[in-house]
Design a protein around this ligand. Sequence first.
Ligand SMILES: CC(C)(COP(=O)(O)OP(=O)(O)OC[C@H]1O[C@@H](n2cnc3c(N)ncnc32)[C@H](O)[C@@H]1OP(=O)(O)O)[C@@H](O)C(=O)NCCC(=O)NCCS
Length: 223
Amino acid sequence: MTRCASELAFPSRGLAWRAPDPISVALETERLTIRSYRLEDAPEVFRVIADSREHLLPWMPWASGHTSVEFTSKYLAEQMLARGSGPAFTGIGIGIFEKDGGAFVGGTGVHDARADTASCETGYWIRHDRVGRGYATEACGRVLSWALGDQDAGGLGLRRVRVYCSSGNLASARVPEKLGLTPEVRQRDDYYIEGIGPTDRLGWGVMANEWDTTRHSIIPGSA
Ligand SMILES: CC(C)(COP(=O)(O)OP(=O)(O)OC[C@H]1O[C@@H](n2cnc3c(N)ncnc32)[C@H](O)[C@@H]1OP(=O)(O)O)[C@@H](O)C(=O)NCCC(=O)NCCS
């Protein structure tokens, strides 16, 4: 996304970033556990997506695909396999769970990981009955620390993370804003949202030297 056609046609090795192999994700925040999916999560993940479908659409079109627990199981299996992709790694979806009681509350992950610029995108969703508690911001801040943290310390060792959303998705835009990420992109009418039409693509970015991976927050004055 937001790459020019020649970049896509003639990919450069560039910085030749490589994902750790295998990837193991077990992150904690004050209220949340963010971890790799397990196959036994499938019934609950399926139920939560089904219950939240109206809330997730139209922003997350994949939500309409989860029409059976078998489909969700296949998705979870793919995320488990992604942990061992090595040089072929392009991303992984991970789950967000409440520490108190263990309920599954949403998803996040890293996507479109690029070896040339040692960068990735992140995203997030929170189930309909848990929004407005700051969970997306709390989870996203922790995922940024994981993505930008050193590989020696269990991170992905990336240099840069991108966040995109539609200009129509005001709740989503608040997450990078609250985290203090740098607004980098406003592409007019570049993001088609079903039922709404073309909307602007908004994008934020954060560099590893701007992010405090201990406090999960922007380093004041760095950007
Ligand atoms: C976007 C989403 C992840 C936010 O989750 P959340 O846990 O409620 O997020 P947070 O509580 O951390 O922050 C949400 C912010 O958006 C604000 N907000 C919520 N609805 C809003 C609206 N309609 N207009 C403006 N702001 C809104 C909240 O007030 C809060 O900001 P504040 O803390 O300044 O008051 C959740 O609504 C969701 O899953 N939406 C559907 C999927 C989606 O759009 N994912 C992102 C795709 S890019």
